[in-house]
Ligand binder design. Structure first.
Ligand code: PLP
Length: 407
């Protein structure tokens, strides 16, 4: 008799974004002709830059010629792309070898799939609030108990609050797997080297592993802030890093990412190299590699023209964040993030809950954002605005908030 994975039933009602869509559609249904300005989901909107587009075209063209046609490639990614990625980290002063880079179709799937190489009884710690995938995928894998008002039983929440600058203190007691995201989705906070070092030291002491999601590292403008956890000494022994072309190169629909599993990285019961070989095995078994066309695009994104052009696009989104921050602050609203991240994390005015402010912003200003409570219990009372919109939309949304929000 086929039985279902009961863990799915533990998932707290409704994923965040479907609920946003439901409320937005209900608003549009009862306000015929109204236009809604969306600063909600963190999806890119600017077209792919010319140098990268050319790489993608070349990837397609090479498939039309017998001499350059390629079929299945290595599931870890093509060598030139892995080498180019290793060179990027080399420019940060880090020596990681090309075969420690695993190219994939997304940091989302990798940050969930990585659990499969760890024991079922590992205790997991997450920043609170957090990118929902970390929590939900652990629920599905059966590493938590049931949902309660304060989160899932068995999961260790590390609150990120105004008081701690949205970077958590070390977990109380021993945990085994720790998710850290910097620049952070949703708070926009960027961890300093000292903050990361405190977690690396903890992980080395407790034989824990850090999953470091740096999908937004390209948005860091402050030269003092670390772009990779491996900038902290010893991190290669205890950290696995995820990154992506999604937000940097506009690849949210194209799909290309990478995960770094250093050979030095060691679990409590396995010697150095074991995690690297397990992830290789996992990928070889479940995954047939990212699209060869897309990998050609990724390689072009790492060319000097590609880097210059994508950097301009990143600056463009950061300017959107600045416009949002400036508009909100002019109303006396407290905001965080934005300077080194594409998200602005605002405090809901008047002591409103996150969803209370969602409804107010939608009804009064016709602007859609993302309720902070959807990212975890500590997100309650906060609200995320995304800087990934078209400039005109961002400006219109900010103008609408400035002229219509009653606070
Ligand atoms: N990690 C974080 C923190 C994200 O916010 C997102 C997307 O919003 C991802 C990963 C997803 O990356 P990808 O598009 O490579 O799956």
């Amino acid at each position: 008799m086929a039985r279902i994975n009961q863990n799915y039933d533990k998932l707290a009602a409704g994923y965040l974004f479907p609920e946003i869509a439901r409320r937005t559609n209900a608003f549009l249904g009862s306000n015929q002709g109204a236009e809604v300005l969306r600063l909600g989901i963190g999806d890119t909107t600017e077209p792919i830059v010319p140098a990268v587009l050319k790489g993608l075209h070349n990837g397609v063209d090479s498939l039309g010629v017998a001499e350059t046609y390629s079929g299945y490639g290595p599931s870890e990614g093509v060598t030139p792309l892995r080498e180019a990625l290793a060179r990027e980290y080399g420019a940060l002063g880090l020596s990681l070898s090309a075969d420690e880079f695993f190219v994939s179709d997304g940091a989302k799937s990798d940050s969930a799939n990585i659990q499969s190489i760890f024991s079922q009884d590992c205790v997991v710690a997450v920043q609170d609030p957090a990118y929902p995938v970390y929590v939900d995928s652990n629920v599905i894998y059966g590493r938590t108990g049931d949902a309660t008002d304060s989160g899932y039983d068995g999961l260790v929440y590390m609150p990120c609050t105004e008081e701690n600058g949205f970077f958590p203190p070390l977990p109380d007691g021993k945990v085994d797997l720790i998710y850290l995201c910097s620049p952070n989705n949703p708070t926009g906070a960027v961890a300093t080297k000292d903050q990361l070092k405190s977690f690396v030291d903890y992980a080395l002491e407790h034989k824990a592993i850090i999953f470091f999601d740096s999908a937004y590292s390209a948005f860091i403008t402050d030269p003092e802030l670390p772009r990779s956890i491996y900038e902290v000494e010893g991190a290669d022994k205890c950290s696995i890093e995820f990154n992506s072309f999604s937000k940097t190169a506009g690849f949210t629909g194209v799909r290309l990412a990478w995960t770094i599993v250093p050979k030095a990285c060691e679990a409590e019961d396995g010697s150095a190299g074991k995690l690297h070989s397990l992830w290789t095995r996992r990928q070889n078994t479940f995954f047939n590699g990212a699209s060869n066309v897309v990998q050609a695009g990724g390689l072009a994104a790492l060319s000097s023209d590609g880097k210059a052009q994508t950097a301009q696009q990143v600056s463009f989104y950061l300017e959107n964040a600045r416009i949002i921050n400036e508009g909100l602050q002019s109303l006396g609203i407290t905001t965080y993030g934005g300077g080194n991240a594409p998200y602005v994390w605002m405090k809901a005015p008047g002591g409103l809950t996150s969803w209370g402010f969602f409804d107010k912003l939608l009804n009064e200003c016709h602007v859609v954002g993302t309720p902070g409570s959807g990212f975890g219990p500590a997100g309650e009372g906060f609200f995320r605005l995304s800087a990934f919109g078209h400039r005109e939309n961002v400006e219109r949304a900010v103008a609408s908030i400035k002229s219509k929000l009653a606070i």
